[in-house]
Design a protein around this ligand. Sequence first.
Ligand SMILES: [Mg+2]
Length: 407
Amino acid sequence: MKITDIRTYLVQVGARPPAPGAAPGEGDFRGSRCWLFVKIVTDEGIEGVGEGSGWPRVIETAVQDFGHVLVGEDPANIDRLWHKMYAAAMGHGMLGTVLGGALTAIEMALWDIKGKVLGQPVWNLLGGKFRDTIPVYGHAKTPETAKKHTDLGYRGLKVSFTGAVNVDKVAAVRDAVGPDVDIMVDAHGPSWMTPGDAIVLARKLEPLDLLFLEDPIAPENLDAFQRVRDATTIPLAAGERVSTIWGIRPYIERELVDVIQPDTGRAGGITQMRKMAAMAEGHFITMAPHSGSLGPLAEFAALHVMATIPNALMLERLEIDWPGRYDVVSPVLKVVDGAIPVPDVPGLGVEIVEEEVAKYPGRRNVSDLPADDGWSYEPGTVTEAVYFQTRMRRAARLSLKATGAPK
Ligand SMILES: [Mg+2]
């Protein structure tokens, strides 16, 4: 069997309709993003599908550039082809998550082909199952959204801090759902949090019995992360921004976290995620893959990986973000009693619905920033939104009193 072609599909997610009278192709893309699906075609008619995340329009070009590395190759030799691509990118500086996203999309599709050729689900080729269903967690900002998810059967919820840190918000969700639902907090690694702030936050959250606190500080700052780690008992999580075993290695080897969070679309592929899980297992660290910017295709790959590893914790899931999520691939995964059943058909068990994908052509995928305002740092301004931020209004940003926390 030989690879004959690699096709890419960009999906613009959540774009608003164009204004009346707009030129063809124009639209309102504020707040929207892209997903990238990939299909590998073979000379025997078997096709495999994958998804790459990170910077999808850039990754699409990277995937297309790998065409001459892959066409004519036998798709069975997954690891050899991965290393061939990795070496081909060496002259370009390895490219971090962009390369990670391209390798992931292609490698995922190669596993899909292997499963279809052998008539086996991917989990069975990875060593067989530990479990038949994978527990998932959703996102909740308020007791009301928490209730919406628990009504759907969710047993895990994540509270996100964006722009401000508020312990009472977490306490309110805990009060609403009780002790039988796992709660996580994502601080999104704000650069304006000092290690001291992060330590206070972590200690204030300790009585709420979280499953983990994610990125309490900018995760690029590993020595500061270590300070937070040493000063709190709360379980910590990180890893969504890195790719490959070499990216996740310091978090595991320094035991900075209790949970690693590789993104299934840019970790480097199914084999890389398995290797990350094995490295983590050696340190009694669990894995809860990140899915915050992923489409529905990579979720299938995450289920196969998590079915086969002993240290699978929970899978992140965006249940309610864009209705098209449930149209662009088939079948649709459903949460049953807080978990998703692992697919039991050859390959990954998912196909791209090309006629639906064609309705949402990719246009852009960089986050929108507010208009520049002359470096005022006022709320909603571009200077408030840049990555490294000069912090002002500390009292407004940090609400660490936890007045609603259990005694
Ligand atoms: Mg996160």
